[in-house]
Design a protein around this ligand. Structure first.
Ligand code: NAP
Length: 219
């Protein structure tokens, strides 16, 4: 999948983040297919109300889109279907946040970032961590045109450049300057508890924070 061919966005999860991403992607001109774990007929009406223009589908159909956004609570990541996501670029917007998720052994007892653990589970997909460090309400408010002064930037991290090009183009269309943080493990710099996670930054500010995080990781 090349950036110019990206037309459909599949969103797994119709909660706070999933619906905000869906609305912003619709505004950007994408066709959006949105799913939960429930049968389509149980979500069709709410999708029509909450994300008008999006198509309610089952999770397998959402996973067949050109790019897929995983927006389910992280403690449910094992309910995603690795098989249908094989070959797909999956944006992991999920965060491990024990106060709301409860303590989950998979993340408590593993030193890797949550996205690396998700990547291991979705072995045939290419996971790119992004959109996890912007509040769902901000996502629809802070987006701006390319080149707009003070445009907000969002980081992305992943192990494959072709997938990151796709995600970077998607973020730009959503209204944000994409900043490549490096491999998936570099997503540690924008997990919960970090300065990047807690704030809003321009490209220049974000780049500086990411560079500082890389330096301290190698110190
Ligand atoms: N809230 C924020 O501002 C924010 C911002 C960035 C990132 N995040 C992260 O994004 C993730 C989702 O947060 P949220 O606040 O949007 O959660 P939420 O409001 O609880 O929504 C989760 C959605 O996922 C669906 N779901 C569960 N299992 C599924 C599956 N296997 N396939 C498809 N859909 C499934 C749920 O529907 P059913 O259970 O009905 O199927 C529900 O629609 C969390 O990890 C959170 O940390 C949150």
């Amino acid at each position: 999948m090349k950036l110019g061919e990206l037309r459909t966005v599949g969103v797994l999860g119709a909660g706070r983040v999933g619906t905000a991403v869906a609305r912003q992607a619709l505004k950007a001109g994408y066709m959006v297919k949105i799913a939960t774990a429930k049968p389509v007929d149980e979500i069709a009406m709410i999708v029509e109300i909450v994300t008008p223009g999006a198509i309610a589908v089952d999770a397998d159909e959402a996973a067949a889109a050109d790019i897929v956004v995983a927006a389910v609570p992280l403690h449910k990541y094992r309910t995603l279907s690795p098989g249908v996501l094989t070959g797909k670029t999956v944006i992991d917007v999920m965060n491990y946040w024990a106060p709301t998720d409860g303590e989950v052994d998979d993340f408590e007892n593993d030193p890797r970032t949550s996205s690396e653990i998700v990547q291991e589970f979705l072995a045939g997909a290419t996971v790119v961590k992004s959109l996890n460090h912007i509040g769902y309400h901000e996502l629809e408010e802070d987006g701006n045109e390319p080149g707009a002064p003070g445009r907000r930037a969002l980081a992305l991290a992943g192990d494959r450049d072709d997938a990151k090009v796709l995600v970077a183009g998607f973020l730009d269309r959503l209204g944000y300057d994409p900043i490549d943080a490096g491999p998936l493990t570099a997503g540690r710099a924008f997990q919960p508890g970090t300065e990047i996670f807690n704030g809003s930054h321009t490209a220049e500010q974000l780049q500086a924070l990411l560079s500082a995080a890389t330096e301290s990781a190698h110190a």
